[in-house]
Design a protein around this ligand. Sequence first.
Ligand SMILES: CC(C)(COP(=O)(O)OP(=O)(O)OC[C@H]1O[C@@H](n2cnc3c(N)ncnc32)[C@H](O)[C@@H]1OP(=O)(O)O)[C@@H](O)C(=O)NCCC(=O)NCCS
Length: 435
Amino acid sequence: MGTNGTPPAGRRAAVVAGLRTPFVKSGGEFKSLSAVELGALVVNELLARSGVAPREFDSVVFGQVIPSPTVTLIGREVVLRTQLPRNVQAHTVARACATSIQAATDATDQIQLGHSDCAIAGGAESVSDAPIFASRPLAQALVDFSRARSLGERMKIASRLRPRDFTPTPPALKEPTTGLTMGESAEKMAQVNAIPRGDQDAFAYQSHRRAAAAWDEGRLDGEVMHVNVPPRYERAVARDNIVRKDTTVEALGQLRPVFDRRYGTITAGNASPLTDGAAALILMSEEKARSLGLRPLGYIRSYAYAALDPRDQLLQGPAYAAPLALERARLQLSDMDLVDMHEAFAAQVLSNLKAFASRAFAEKELGRPQPLGEVDPARLNVNGGSIAIGHPFAATGARMILQTLRELGRQGKQHALLTVCAAGALGAAVVLERE
Ligand SMILES: CC(C)(COP(=O)(O)OP(=O)(O)OC[C@H]1O[C@@H](n2cnc3c(N)ncnc32)[C@H](O)[C@@H]1OP(=O)(O)O)[C@@H](O)C(=O)NCCC(=O)NCCS
């Protein structure tokens, strides 16, 4: 870094290209594809479309949030399953819903340090392929069984098991410290920040309307590949299948709360759905992009991660990370032409926006005299967000960087702020610039 916080000339990290699969409701069209298969699909297609020769790449940073027992290092597996040369080194990252933000900022750091010139960063998720765990007694019995030396010993082990031990355990979207699911934590935020159900539904409606318009007007065409679906490869999925063009505020208002059935406000309509998909970016030093004659989509200007106590407001991390990222960029919220906030739940977005604008929050939580400010709704999530588009956990950050940089380009604008909330009460924020 230079003395004023900027990288040395030529070491700015440029995003030169990106691509994602359509985002598909879990248990649907992509159910036979694993995360690594989705990741390899998108990286191969990105390589082909970008025209950057595979030999130019020196590293891959990739992530998946739901761990796979068979593919423990997705970063390296992506290299081995694509046209990339086998000597491209790779690592895997995990930062819950901010995983591919982490992948992109890791690649940025390596480029700025001069350790990398040309990298792929991204993430893939298959919620459909989530591992199902055996209960502890069953797992222990299976281990003991494999070591048993006689039929008698095996019978004894089998006799320990009760019918309930055979019930499989799916992975929970639960916070280990609090025992609350994401949805329950978002319910709590809706109450603490007084976010009415009507506002949540109106926000979800807007997410669908904007995403549907973005698709209809062709704005997402260049960033989403089609996927031919195994095993027969006869059908292609070319669009996100969660976006509802026809949803209404009335229909959303009729959905039953899911996480607190009696008094809750969060429904399947104002929450992000469980989703399968993958997204990837090509990052290069500015110099390398220039030498290859490429015009970058834009640059990662700054970023920040922050955290709060998960027993407080689990998904409020963006309100802590955004001021830091803006400070590191030496910019204000008012300089941002676009703001893209990951929509885990409408209640979480609206809670964070309230915190952005609150003097009391700034003083008490951030030790700052001024709040960050109000976000102009016309600049926020202009092409929809995770509620409508879907949220394959590890792919969302790369999807947001790509979508936002392309939108900046379309509008001929310069700066954007991205934020992502994540499990563990983490928050991520990135400032993007186009020129
Ligand atoms: C909320 C959740 C439990 C809902 O799952 P689900 O029940 O499978 O959701 P569905 O898509 O089947 O929707 C349920 C109903 O709502 C309806 N619905 C959903 N979105 C709608 C919309 N925008 N407009 C109108 N109706 C809608 C569906 O049509 C369905 O109706 P039906 O029961 O008559 O078929 C699940 O998506 C979830 O767990 N999400 C949270 C994930 C999470 O934690 N994300 C945060 C990570 S940071």
